[in-house]
Design a protein around this ligand. Structure first.
Ligand SMILES: Cc1ncc(COP(=O)(O)O)c(C=O)c1O
Length: 398
């Protein structure tokens, strides 16, 4: 496997050839329950009939135009995303990383326009992940991601939940933007408190720092509200989205509030492919389904998982903590989650690991109540095979 492909991922040898709903089928016909959705992407699951019909139709009409031409779908998706997020304008991208790049450039441009171009640094949180391009990588905390690629953009790292450190940095260093994930995904499904999100909002307003919420993993309805920060009633200046936004087609968006919607002038940012008719047609199917009832389904299935996972924690000492919200959940174990993940996979349940000791659970939004119970049963069977181990991860290391 992996012939001719750069070895940036440890890919499984399994080849999935088809799927329906939250089930994936391999080349031998074996079925797996998908509790991962391609890392929090395939919100409508696999083989969704409405998506298949819309894409077939769109491929026969027009796939690509470039951003030199208007298209109604692009504008419809922008309008609907702005309505759902409280933002005023969208820049479409092909990935989450590009949406973060757009947000960083937008913050720099705002500082130039204000006559404070020296405000060029960024603040981000320890444990945060924002992508791997040189700009986004500068804010991605993990040393393993950044070390081989320096020098990067200047960034100050803040411990999550420490409001004093946040105030000191924003007042003292005057960064262009504070960038944070309301729920850290790659950092181990770690949710920021409503109090911290609200304090960050107030401090950013007071210091003229742009507040950028990276909702690429936790946004687009995955936690029960369209944006995860809506649980805390916080509206950022800029929000980045991607992953489920076009139900599996590559797409992201950087959305800016009214005060920043006209920041870029012609030519200051761009993309050949982004926001094209095919991806936008898929995004419209996703948004239609989301607003027609999937939002309620996410809340219901999330509540079922949130009821079942603490039971596993009570039964199996290997389980240290249940994290997350809606359909973005984590089971933090007392040691590396890799062996458990591999055994789950052998038993037909797809999850992955994040931050080393966390099993990430991020199923398609269309997962059924019966499939949630099936997944919980498989988790129970597999966790029972792993004896309690003495904690090897110090409490402070996340
Ligand atoms: C919060 C967050 N930001 C940015 C990214 C990068 O997105 P992409 O891989 O689509 O470029 C990810 C990907 O996992 C993410 O979880």
């Amino acid at each position: 496997m992996d012939e001719g492909v750069m070895r940036t991922y440890a890919r499984a040898d399994e080849v999935f050839v088809a799927g329906h709903g939250a089930v994936l089928r391999d080349a031998e016909g074996r079925e797996f329950l998908d509790f991962l959705a391609g890392i929090a992407v395939s919100a409508l699951g696999h083989g969704h009939p409405g998506l298949v019909a819309a894409l077939r139709d769109q491929v026969g009409k027009v796939v690509h135009l470039s951003n030199l031409f208007r298209h109604p779908y692009t504008e419809q998706v922008a309008a609907r995303l702005c309505r759902l997020t409280g933002m005023a304008a969208a820049f479409f991208t092909n990935s989450g990383t590009e949406a973060v790049e757009c947000a960083l450039k937008l913050a720099r441009k705002v500082m130039h326009a204000r006559g404070t171009p020296q405000r060029c640094s960024f603040a981000a949180l320890e444990g945060g992940f924002h992508g791997r391009s040189l700009g986004a990588l500068s804010l991605t905390h993990g040393e393993k991601y950044r070390k081989p690629f320096g020098p990067l953009q200047p960034c100050t790292w803040l411990p999550p939940e420490d409001q004093d450190a946040l105030a000191r940095t924003l007042r003292g260093q005057q960064p262009a933007a504070l960038v944070l994930e309301p729920i850290q995904g790659e950092g181990g499904i770690r949710e920021l408190s409503a109090g911290y999100l609200q304090a960050a909002r107030e401090l950013c307003t007071a210091t003229g720092t742009l507040l950028v919420h990276d909702e690429i993993q936790c946004g687009c309805g995955r936690t029960g509200t369209f944006l995860a920060a809506q649980h805390a009633g916080v509206v950022p200046d800029v929000v980045t989205l991607a992953k489920p936004i076009a139900a599996g087609l590559p797409m992201g968006a950087c959305l800016a509030g009214a005060a920043f919607a006209d920041t870029f002038q012609k030519g200051e940012h761009g993309s050949t492919f982004a926001g094209g008719p095919l991806a936008c047609r898929a995004a419209l199917v996703f948004l239609d389904e989301y607003e027609a009832g999937l939002a309620a389904a996410v809340a219901a299935r999330g509540a079922e998982l949130r009821a079942g996972l603490p039971q596993l924690q009570r039964e199996f000492p290997i389980v240290r903590e249940v994290r997350g919200r809606g359909l973005l959940l984590g089971l933090r174990l007392h040691h590396s989650a890799e062996a458990v993940q591999k055994e789950l996979y052998r038993q037909g349940l797809i999850v992955n690991t994040t931050a080393g000791d966390v099993l990430r659970i991020a199923p398609p939004y269309v997962i059924t109540a019966a499939q949630v119970q099936q997944g919980l049963r498989t988790l129970r069977e597999v966790l029972a095979r792993f004896p309690a181990a003495a904690p090897t991860t110090p409490e402070t290391k996340q």
